[in-house]
Write a protein that binds this ligand. Structure first.
Ligand SMILES: NC(=O)c1ccc[n+]([C@@H]2O[C@H](COP(=O)([O-])OP(=O)(O)OC[C@H]3O[C@@H](n4cnc5c(N)ncnc54)[C@H](OP(=O)(O)O)[C@@H]3O)[C@@H](O)[C@H]2O)c1
Length: 324
């Protein structure tokens, strides 16, 4: 009796740790959906900096080393192939894959049904792939860490640092839709984009100017990192909260200090993927309050170029991978 080889699928994967020069396109066995999981045919994925940071061994703090070969990518949008938990075959779903082993740069993924949401009817696969990781990070930073109301936030003044990037461009839109007065810190070349997303004011960081002279923000969402927390504290109101998407040792030190003084003033966000939050973002999209700006689209074979583009740090909105 001959061997029955499992069905194969195309993937883009890192054959060893390091930079995008180590990415190859190849085949590997299709995943098998276990109980409670959906098998999803991936139509699109998107790139997040964590993808190449993990491959380089930079995240999280190089404690979790990806198993090699490593198929990067957390964001998927696609079509259900094997039904489970109320999702029918053919249903259009999107997800931030909940497992640290990632795997989105592939033709198929198996994903717990609890981690997916239905894609809104008017949303295409590319936008659906662009939203999960970055959109949920922006939402959780503003709502859960800064404790800004996501509706009726009139009177709140929000500064988004890195307003033109993946997380930042969703942060601008979520804060604007909440009713806040939004200032975007970005370079001059991205001013028009950030204004078009709803920012009331745009400040060019390359001039080195403090936005509004500083001093009056209720929330600062830092999507860039690298600058000491102390730079931002003078820009906050007395009740203001600084939230970093790229927390460093000093972020945690300041957070611990303020926690001891019973104040919420400095926080780091670490995304916790939740289908409810995806549904919330989908609702905002349907109400016209959210869109994904797609800077570039690459095929699976172009994943290396997509990662190089992300590493360069100049992405406007999101980079999408068109899979099928
Ligand atoms: N903690 C978490 O759970 C979590 C989740 C998601 C992301 N993150 C992290 O958050 C960071 C941002 O992610 P992302 O997806 O938004 O990255 P991204 O899309 O690659 O960000 C690129 C954007 O950053 C802007 N930028 C670069 N330097 C800047 C500066 N000094 N001031 C203002 N804008 C600047 C660039 O605009 P210019 O070209 O105009 O400079 C570009 O538009 C990454 O480090 C990522 O790993 C963390």
């Amino acid at each position: 009796m001959g061997d029955i080889s499992p069905a194969q699928m195309k993937v883009a994967r890192y054959r060893c740790q390091g930079g995008p020069e180590n990415i190859e396109v190849g085949e590997q066995p299709m995943p098998v959906a276990r109980s409670g999981e959906l098998l999803v045919r991936v139509h699109a994925s998107s790139v997040n900096p964590v993808d190449w940071k993990m491959a380089k061994g930079e995240f999280p703090f190089n404690i979790v080393r990806p198993k090699l070969p490593f198929v990067p990518g957390f964001d998927v949008a696609g079509e259900v192939v094997t039904a489970a938990e109320g999702f029918a075959v053919g249903a259009r779903v999107y997800s931030r894959l909940p497992s640290l082993s990632a795997g989105a740069s592939a033709e198929f993924v198996a994903v717990p049904a609890s981690a997916v949401a239905t894609i809104p009817e008017a949303m295409g696969y590319p936008e659906a792939a662009a939203i999960p990781l970055a959109g949920m990070t922006a939402l959780q930073a503003l709502r859960d860490q800064a404790r800004m109301p996501v509706s009726g936030a009139d009177g709140y003044r929000v500064l988004v640092v890195g307003a033109s990037g993946g997380v930042g461009h969703f942060g601008v839109q979520i804060a604007r839709a909440a009713g806040a007065h939004v200032t975007g810190l970005c370079s001059g070349r991205n001013a028009a984009l950030v204004s078009s997303l709803g920012a009331h004011e745009v400040v060019d960081y390359t001039t080195g100017a403090a936005p509004n002279g500083g001093g009056d923000f209720d929330v600062i969402l830092d999507c860039v990192g690298g600058a000491p927390v102390g730079r931002f504290l003078p820009w906050l109101t007395a009740r203001g909260v600084y939230v970093s998407c790229v927390p460093r040792a000093d972020t945690f030190a300041w957070q611990a200090f303020y926690t001891l003084t019973l104040r919420r003033r400095v926080r780091g966000v670490l995304l916790s993927p939740r289908a409810d939050d995806l549904r919330w973002l989908g609702g905002l999209y349907e109400r016209g309050g959210l869109r994904a700006h797609i800077d570039a689209t690459f095929p699976l074979e172009g994943l290396g170029d997509a990662h190089r583009m992300s590493i360069a740090g100049r992405t406007r909105g999101k980079i999408v991978i068109a899979v099928a």
